[in-house]
Design a protein around this ligand. Structure first.
Ligand code: C5P
Length: 296
């Protein structure tokens, strides 16, 4: 088969509630994620054997620690592939360690792509099994719609989404380690359980997504990991305030951060907002404008 080029979307967490720390060290979650129209591109080219990766972003290791390479190798091992290899070219746009699911999305896209490229025909359940062994957010990206995810994130239930809105993503250039964020939350929950603010119910957010009600959606945004990140990096609070003061109906940190997103009306003109943002937060502030991808 000839080369395949696939879109590998970013996600935002519209809702992330940590329920408890589990005995295996992971955290039991309830999270609502939405795929975006913004993301990376991945090209898969057949080669005789082995897995090779080239990446447009030199800050991302292209060795066996890269989640896209790990996904390809695990897929080949589990599906007992012999005499086939792949050259993966990753055109990276999603910032690294940003809470936008870039690595997980790339891994899921590689699983879906290799299933096609190598003509394996593995059922989706098999891909879900491999995905769950690679990480917590990869299962979400095996399907293309908004979803509520449970367990450590790997149990995915697609939900209808008719929201039409623009999303402005802003990343100030520093990353937050997911492991650090969860450990901080666990320490806080243990030492000062009253500080874990009660979360709005996820069903309010799910209902607003289904009805396409942007105002209600913004009223139900929640992220249990946000408070700790805002304490360590107070500039993130200023960024959220900026977005709200400049027309966003809601603003939240995505996942374990440090990307913050603002949700705007579908017709909002964001060029002036981005100019003002760069003037206030720095000329090299990273931004992207995306749509929440509606159900296919
Ligand atoms: O599974 P993944 O590799 O994406 O997770 C990265 C880290 O985030 C884990 O090693 C763990 O420390 C933390 N994590 C967690 N609970 C989750 C998901 C991730 O504690 N549900």
């Amino acid at each position: 088969m000839a080369a395949l080029t696939l879109f590998s979307p970013a996600k935002i967490n519209l809702y992330l509630r940590i329920l408890r720390r589990r005995a295996d060290g992971y955290h039991e979650l309830e999270t609502v994620m939405a795929p975006l129209s913004f993301g990376d591109n991945i090209t898969l080219e057949p080669q005789k054997s082995g897995v090779a990766l080239t990446c447009s972003d030199k800050n991302l290791p292209a060795d066996d620690t890269n989640l896209a390479v790990r996904a390809a190798k695990l897929f080949a091992e589990r599906m007992k592939i012999r005499g086939r290899g792949v050259k993966i070219s990753l055109e990276k746009r999603i910032p690294l360690a940003a809470g936008l699911g870039g690595g997980s999305s790339n891994a899921a896209t590689v699983l879906l792509g290799l299933n096609e490229l190598w003509d394996v025909g593995a059922p989706l359940e098999k891909l879900h099994e491999i995905a769950a062994d690679l990480g917590s957010d990869i299962n979400f990206f095996l399907q293309k719609s908004a979803a509520i995810c449970r367990g450590r994130g790997e149990m995915v239930e697609p939900i209808p989404c008719s929201v039409r809105a623009k999303v402005l993503l802003v990343n100030l250039g520093f990353g937050i380690s997911t492991k650090w964020a969860y450990e901080k939350w666990a320490a806080m929950a243990k030492n000062a359980p009253t500080l874990t603010a009660p979360a709005p119910e996820s069903r309010l957010l799910v209902a607003a997504l289904e009805r396409g009600d942007v105002e209600k959606l913004c009223g139900a945004l929640h992220n249990s990991l946000e408070k700790l990140a805002l304490e360590k990096f107070p500039i993130l609070q200023l960024l959220k305030d900026f977005l709200r003061e400049n027309g966003a109906a809601g603003a939240l940190m995505s996942g374990s951060g440090a990307t913050v997103f603002g949700i705007f009306e579908e017709g909002a003109a964001l060029d002036a907002v981005v100019d003002k943002l760069r003037a206030e937060f720095g000329a090299d502030t990273w931004t992207a404008v995306a749509q929440i991808a509606t159900a296919p």
